[in-house]
Design a binder for this molecule. Structure first.
Ligand SMILES: Cc1ncc(C[n+]2csc(CCOP(=O)(O)OP(=O)(O)O)c2C)c(N)n1
Ligand SMILES: [Mg+2]
Length: 345
């Protein structure tokens, strides 16, 4: 059999844009304001964990630009974000109610109070890599239904070596589904550094294997992230999937249970460029506005602390009622048992 010519299409070059990136001042302020809320939420949530309010928390410190910038590029009328445990900047960027969202981190059985169809993000996903599959499936449905909506799948450098991610990328490319695979390359997968996790050191490089365009961007520059994600989303709606690799750094521990000093040094952290919050502060270039925005962020997060602790419930029968169209005998039995053992209903 003679070797046929390769049918692999040359992916489009989407980045950097020919005319450069310009983001107007109002948009920059909106982005910076939400980055500040995310930073304050992170700092406070670690304290809430120490005070026993939250069982655990995975801070996103250092990843605010990547998360807020990409989330604010979404069209909330039709797009949907699929988030992991470390993506509260996306939640803030979508103006989703933070008290509802933090219900997920309280480890309540119902996984929080947000309605994904309203807030335009999924519940947080702790199965590493699974967001890619969920986003791809949702995006494929948009294509079939002709809604024009696009999905954005958030995942990390570590997740990019999971089979789920590759299956999602392949099917998305074959079906030309409108999905942006947004990788936050923060240098670490828990205690495993990038070079032991990602062969070749680049997640974006994998896109060409699926004939997908990829963009390697500065994930700590919120203007760049915002502009790049807009370009990627527009491409995805018209032509199919795109990979964005946003280079950033996890400036905190993996989670409140982790001690990063056991596997990396502070010197390494300081060598990795400016804090994205400082980058945004320079872009906004208005110290008086910045001071007020900081105060607003403190107040917003304090309100979350108070509201989060006032008891709320969802009917516990939901746990059983929405699993199958018709309940199995085992499920009926479990529900009866649950009713006898709890006073939740
Ligand atoms: C399928 C699966 N395998 C392993 C884990 C345990 N785990 C949780 S977070 C994590 C590291 C993920 O690293 P990365 O994808 O880079 O995301 P980051 O935590 O840096 O945001 C691992 C291995 C998991 N939750 N799910
Ligand atoms: Mg990582």
């Amino acid at each position: 059999m003679p070797v046929p010519p390769s049918s692999a299409a040359q992916p489009a070059q989407l980045w950097p844009p020919q005319n450069g990136v310009t983001v107007d001042v109002e948009t920059l302020r909106g982005l910076a304001e939400r980055m500040l809320v995310t930073r304050v939420l992170d700092t406070e949530a670690v304290r809430w964990q120490r005070q026993g309010i939250l069982p655990a928390f995975p801070p996103a410190i250092g990843q605010e630009a990547a998360q807020v910038g990409s989330a604010m590029a979404l069209d909330r009328a039709r797009d949907m974000a699929f988030i992991t445990y470390r993506d509260h900047g996306v939640v803030v960027g979508l103006d989703s109610d933070l008290t509802d969202y933090m219900g997920s981190h309280l480890a309540l059985w119902n996984g929080g109070f947000a309605d994904p169809n309203k807030v335009r993000h999924s519940p947080l996903q702790a199965v590493v890599g699974a967001t890619a599959l969920h986003a791809m499936g949702w995006a494929y449905a948009q294509k079939l239904d002709g809604t024009g909506g696009a999905a954005i799948a958030y995942f990390g450098d570590g997740a990019s070596s999971q089979g789920d991610v590759h299956e999602a990328m392949n099917f998305a490319a074959v079906s030309k589904s409108p999905v942006v695979f947004f990788v936050q390359n923060n240098g670490w997968s828990l205690s495993t550094p990038l070079d032991l996790q990602v062969a070749g050191g680049s997640v974006a490089a994998r896109a060409s294997g699926y004939s997908m365009p990829s963009m390697r961007i500065d994930g700590d520059d919120v203007g760049e992230v915002y502009a790049a994600t807009q370009i990627a989303l527009e491409h995805a709606r018209e032509h199919g999937p795109v990979v964005i690799e946003a280079f950033t750094y996890r400036r905190g521990p993996h989670a409140t249970s982790d001690d990063p000093s056991r596997y990396r040094s502070l010197e390494e952290e300081r060598a990795l460029g400016p804090d994205p919050i400082d980058v945004a502060r320079q872009l906004v270039a208005d110290e008086a506005w910045w001071a007020e925005a900081e105060q607003r962020a403190e107040q917003a997060v304090d309100a979350v602390r108070v509201q989060m602790q006032s008891p709320r419930t969802i009917d516990g029968n939901d746990m059983f009622d929405y699993v199958f169209q018709e309940k199995t005998p085992q499920l009926v039995k479990q529900q009866e048992q649950w009713r006898e053992e709890t006073d939740l209903d």
